[in-house]
Design a protein around this ligand. Structure first.
Ligand SMILES: *[C@@H]1O[C@H](CO)[C@@H](O)[C@H](O)[C@H]1NC(C)=O
Ligand SMILES: *[C@@H]1O[C@H](CO)[C@@H](O)[C@H](O)[C@H]1NC(C)=O
Length: 194
């Protein structure tokens, strides 16, 4: 009888200390998981030009790393480039700046020149989109005149975004290619847990 009492005391003490340490561990960092609904989805289309300025007084695309074989590779395989490329309303670099493409691309094709691009496009041209971003992560076979990139997310006005970009080389003859981006962005108008 006495041993049963001791056992139950120990068991209660263990449960108490467990729940105490669990409460301590959980803290306030996570809320309950709750159902939510997204409002009707909207579609926003944006069109602008991407300037990859590799050569000049103020390059915005800079090689930051390479593989031992990059410079002898016909496809520059293994080079990594960091970018802060301007996005403009028209093909002229001096037309209105609508945002920037910040991120990096790596030369990832062994048989043809192809990039893997990971970048955030941040828009600054108007109040509605100011500071909002879309995230792009995609292969980019640059010698194909037309290619398509995946939009995998977004922030600000473009929270929960998905969609795609049709990219078309506007002028690829110089060292600093100009590419037309036509974005189709699907995103909810309202997120009800906010
Ligand atoms: C965008 O936001 C920045 C910083 O918050 C501000 O300085 C700028 O004037 C805004 N631009 C527009 C077009 O709203
Ligand atoms: C394309 O770029 C090249 C080299 O920068 C330039 O000489 C040519 O005028 C450009 N063509 C167009 C249509 O802008």
């Amino acid at each position: 009888m006495a041993s049963l009492k001791i056992f139950s005391f120990v068991a209660v003490a263990m449960v108490l200390s467990m729940s105490h340490s669990q409460a301590h561990r959980e803290g306030n960092w996570g809320d309950e998981t709750v159902p939510y609904t997204l409002g009707p989805e909207m579609m926003t289309k944006l069109r602008f030009y991407f300037h990859d300025i590799v050569v000049g007084d103020n390059p915005t695309a800079i090689r930051i790393a390479e593989a031992p074989g990059t410079n002898s590779s016909p496809t520059f395989f293994g080079a990594l480039v960091m970018i802060d490329d301007p996005l403009t309303e028209g093909p002229d670099i001096n037309s209105r700046l609508v945002g920037r493409a910040q991120g990096f691309y790596g030369l990832s094709g062994m048989d043809e020149i192809s990039l893997i691009m990971g970048m955030s496009l941040v828009f600054t041209a108007n109040e509605k989109f100011n500071g909002s971003t879309i995230s792009v992560f995609s292969r980019n076979p640059v010698t194909h005149t037309e290619r398509e990139f995946a939009i995998v997310g977004g922030t600000g006005y473009f929270k929960f975004a998905r969609g795609f970009i049709s990219a078309r080389t506007y002028n690829g003859t110089g060292p600093n290619p100009i590419v037309q981006y036509s974005c189709t962005i699907v995103h909810p108008r309202k997120i009800s847990f906010y």
